[in-house]
Write a protein that binds this ligand. Structure first.
Ligand code: SF4
Ligand code: SF4
Length: 179
């Protein structure tokens, strides 16, 4: 049986150490600039609300489409936690995943187990949340065009909000560096 993680433990540890260092740097920036981050925090709260509004539908799509999937995306696709994800989790004060998703090009996601993704939805990467595959799209179409439209609208809104959140964060950090 092919192991899920084929990299030597030392290489994985090194990647995890880099991840922890990046995570700590963002945590420190958020902590040191709390008084300047009200706009970024308000946007992150709005993202949180939008995400929670689409989670029940996304869970339903997983329920009807994923158990019988012959080519699970969490094994074959390669996605990563990005800076906006990390910033968002720090701004809404969520526990941060212990490391990046994949350990190498041929590794399945470290957060995948036999029952699916073990990460709570709120701390899954945005790349995972917004991915609606062809099978799920067919299921979505059966649910109805209105729901489909609502999901697409929410996804676009969250995309825009994530950019705004990052922009406000960078503005706040820049002010700190100037003064
Ligand atoms: S989201 Fe689509 S590709 Fe991924 S496991 Fe579910 S059915 Fe398969
Ligand atoms: S974090 Fe979860 S949803 Fe994303 S690739 Fe890994 S197992 Fe799949």
């Amino acid at each position: 049986m092919t192991p899920l993680h084929f990299f030597p433990t030392s290489m994985q540890s090194e990647k995890d150490a880099q991840w922890q260092a990046t995570n700590l740097a963002v945590k420190k920036l958020v902590y040191l600039n709390q008084d300047k981050l009200s706009k970024a925090m308000a946007i992150s709260d709005a993202i949180c609300r939008q995400l929670k509004s689409i989670f029940p539908l996304l869970d339903e799509l997983v329920r009807v489409a994923c158990p019988w999937c012959p080519e699970q995306c969490c094994i074959v696709n390669k996605v990563w936690i990005d800076f906006q994800d990390l910033l968002f989790w720090h701004l809404i004060d969520q526990p941060i995943p212990v490391g990046q998703l994949n350990c190498g090009d041929k590794a399945a996601c470290r957060y995948l187990n036999h029952r699916g993704c073990i990460l709570p939805r709120l701390i899954r990467p945005w790349a995972c949340t917004l991915y609606v595959c062809a099978t799920q799209n067919k299921c979505l179409a059966k649910i109805g065009p209105l729901v489909e439209k609502q999901l697409n609208t929410a996804i676009q809104l969250i995309k825009d909000q994530r950019i705004d959140m990052e922009t406000e964060f960078i503005k706040a950090i820049s002010k700190t560096n100037v003064t």
